[in-house]
Ligand binder design. Structure first.
Ligand code: CA2
Length: 176
């Protein structure tokens, strides 16, 4: 087992396989592109997913995407990701960001490193959106950069996974 700086135990990836990234979208994100462009932009979920899988192909990585409106289905998908040895998760938990201890527990339990993404800047919106059940567990959080936030999160994941040694451990970070 490898251990992150946070002291949590990281999930084991299978050495020698290409990087495997799962992009998870929470409830209502299937409506993207149809309503509320002021907050969420004009890109549809298909547009976003296509761009991410194409980038994965270019980089020699496997990028899978999954959207669901039900908490349990998202939790089951995270458990599946652990069985599949997924290396990294990019997640927009959408409304569950502010409510779901269960989804948080699923990510904590599998210990797959993840970046939390929000299309809108949750800190410039209603107060109830300012708290996330995920941010303290996340490697990082991107909020307010629209669909580009997913791309930046994937770039981070790809770079982070490229930097792995053959045994799945991380190179030591240089101090700047
Ligand atoms: O900014 C984000 O990405 C959010 O995660 C989106 C969630 C919201 O509850 C979070 O506070 C911030 C809402 C997703 C709903 O998506 C829709 C898209 C189009 C039309 C209606 C809803």
């Amino acid at each position: 087992m490898t251990t992150k700086r946070t002291g949590r135990t990281a999930a084991k990836s299978v050495p020698g396989l290409r990087p495997h990234v799962l992009v998870l979208h929470g409830p209502n994100l299937n409506l993207l592109g149809s309503r509320e462009p002021k907050h969420y932009g004009l890109a549809t979920l298909d547009d976003i997913n296509r761009a991410l899988t194409a980038r994965g192909d270019d980089a020699g990585a496997q990028v899978e995407t999954f959207q669901h409106n039900h908490e349990g289905a998202l939790i089951d998908r995270i458990h599946q990701a652990a069985r599949d040895h997924v290396d990294f998760i990019v997640i927009n938990p959408a409304g569950y960001t502010h409510t779901s201890v269960a989804l948080r527990d699923a990510l904590a339990g599998t210990a797959i490193p993840f970046v939390e993404v929000h299309l809108s800047n949750i800190y410039s919106r209603e107060t109830f959106r300012h708290h996330s059940y995920f941010s303290d567990l996340a490697v990082g959080v991107i909020s307010g950069l629209g669909a580009q936030g997913y791309e930046l999160a994937l770039e981070y994941a790809l770079r982070h996974l490229q930097d792995r040694t053959p045994h799945g451990s991380q190179k030591t970070e240089k101090a700047h």
